[in-house]
Ligand binder design. Structure first.
Ligand code: ADP
Ligand code: MG
Length: 226
């Protein structure tokens, strides 16, 4: 069993985000630098190493949607902002998720904004492992614009998934907007499928969002359910 999964398996039903990010990195998936910290001093030291601006996120096995509990602060430019945000996140989480056991605060490199996309994986009793791809934000929440494929998946099928969504032009380019790195997206989908194939303990997975750039992609939020 993968060491990262083994640490949480049996004790928790999901991975903490820093662990999920490390697992993704093992599969060659681009993630922001991050570090789990347990005090404002530790967070400030981590941010100094990572480099400002940074993002702070609440880290708890009991909190699935971090923003919903005021658990995400992005674009922190210096140590003052970081220390304030650190306190605010803990206060807000204590109020909105009083029963959650807090593992710490994740200090994360602030990624440059890209086109927000999502990649997911679900286990269907009847069909097996299903991979999902879509555009993030309102595209998935309002328009349900996603495409699905059964695993195993070939690179060609990954490209098909991308072209099948109604909003595909946002990726391939339209009018003034430059084409995004579709190759990197197809590669990401295949790497996620490989990761799921190798680790049957993964029951469900959600990347929301991955930032897609003209050159490359970066996964900034990952949820792995065991
Ligand atoms: P939630 O658990 O609420 O989904 P996220 O980790 O997705 O929390 O963070 C909320 C939003 O903050 C993301 O949708 C993204 O736009 C932004 N964000 C998160 N992490 C980063 C990062 N490392 N760099 C830049 N923006 C980020
Ligand atoms: Mg998210």
């Amino acid at each position: 069993m993968n060491r990262i999964i083994e640490q949480s398996m049996g004790k928790y039903t999901n991975l903490l985000e820093p662990d999920a990010m490390e697992l993704f990195s093992q599969y060659g998936i681009n993630t922001p630098k991050c570090r789990l910290t347990h005090s404002p001093d530790e967070a400030a030291a981590a941010a100094a190493d990572i480099g400002y601006p940074v993002v702070l996120k609440i880290s708890s096995h009991d909190i699935v949607h971090k923003s919903d509990v005021g658990g995400v602060a992005a674009g922190l430019a210096d140590e003052d902002a970081l220390r304030k945000a650190y306190g605010n996140i803990l206060t807000s989480a204590a109020e909105k998720a009083p029963n959650a056991e807090i593992a710490g605060i994740n200090v994360m490199e602030m990624a440059e904004q890209g086109l927000e996309c999502i990649v997911g994986m679900n286990k269907d009793d009847q069909f097996g492992n299903v991979i999902m791809f879509g555009l993030g934000g309102i595209f998935v929440e309002v328009l349900k614009d996603v495409s699905l494929q059964l695993m195993p998946i070939t690179k060609d099928e990954a490209y098909e998934m991308i072209s099948q969504i109604r909003g595909a032009k946002l990726l391939t380019g339209y009018r003034g907007s430059a084409p995004k790195d579709v190759d990197a997206v197809a590669d990401l989908i295949c790497r996620v499928a490989d990761m799921v194939q190798d680790n049957p303990e993964i029951k469900e997975l959600d990347i929301n969002p991955v930032f897609v750039y003209e050159d490359g992609v970066k996964v900034v939020d990952a949820r792995v359910i065991l």
